[in-house]
Design a binder for this molecule. Sequence first.
Ligand code: SF4
Length: 398
Amino acid sequence: MKTIKSVYKIGHGPSSSHTVGPYRAAQLFGGRFPEADAYRVTLYGSLAFTGEGHGTGKAIRSGLPGAEIVFDRETSDLPHPNTMLFEAFKDGKPVGLNRIFSVGGGAIRIDGEVSDEERDVYPQKNFTEIADLCRERGISLLEFINEMEGPGLREALRPAWQAMQDAVRRGLAADGVLPGGLEVARKAKMLFTNCCYNESADVAMNRVIAAYAYAVSEENADEHIVVTAPTCGSCGVLPALLSYMQYDRGFPEEEILDALAVAALVGNVIRTNASISGAECGCQAEIGSACSMAAAALASLYKLNIDQIEYAAEIAMEHSLGLTCDPVNGLVQIPCIERNAVAAMRAIASVNLSRFLYQTRKISFDQVVTTMYRTGKDMDEKYRETSHGGLAQIYRAR
Ligand code: SF4
């Protein structure tokens, strides 16, 4: 498995695979062919169908100014659902070409190449191998991660945590309507400030966590800076829960950074053995993964043992299985924003169950990850970020 440091990527929303990945690909390609005087980028698959709503062209042009963008909605035999063909020209003649895949979470893969980001840091391939090793050596998951990643892990994760907190703060302060034409009003500020005098502690906790999740997800929908966790569409879940634990429950920042590391390891296992891309496996791969990561982070913050951490992550994913990706009008707003808040709350429920029932579990985290992947592959294409099915279709029909 690769380093966990590459799980969190700071970039413009609204979609890690549709804006962060294409932007990074554009920057890379421009750097390879600086002598070119014209560029053409052809988008295929999900990028062609929902790229306009997600702002893919804008993201590419900010990395490759002046590039011509072509949306090819006809070609269907693709090596990856998020395929891009980058072409460079000089005096009208082709000088370079790369086929690049946006593989989820802002990561890119260049056809026929292996990047530094893709080199393995962990010899273990899944959670079971990691957990077995930790038990054998009597070390915690966090100690294992620190050993594998080497010194300075907290410092490497601090910019991502800072960017997550910035998104929470900006989102809580913002008013208005999100772009794209759906007339979706921002709700984070209202959720955060409209406290009811007789509200119970439970209701207050859920309201505050939802407000944080809405804040980050609305910043993402507004194409502002967010952090993939593991994607832009699901970027509100983890910051919501960890912000609540730091601001409202008083956990120190250093422990929050450690929880981020545990969450990243869970995300790493998922992206290695399945997918974190809505275009590849539906929303279960995005929100389901974010929910698993948040549950593992919270369990680790509570100093639960490795079986409890694993079970919390497993419950969170198991009850996201089958979740389709059907963003209305191709915008990362409906159902995405609300879904982040619900997933943050589900992560807490997963930890509460795992705390008491971990010795009775029958399904491992690896098994549920495999199930998620197979379910995603079985899913009709219209439920994988094409905006052709589900809520997107019903809303259009209306
Ligand atoms: S429905 Fe889920 S996977 Fe699809 S864009 Fe929204 S958050 Fe991402």
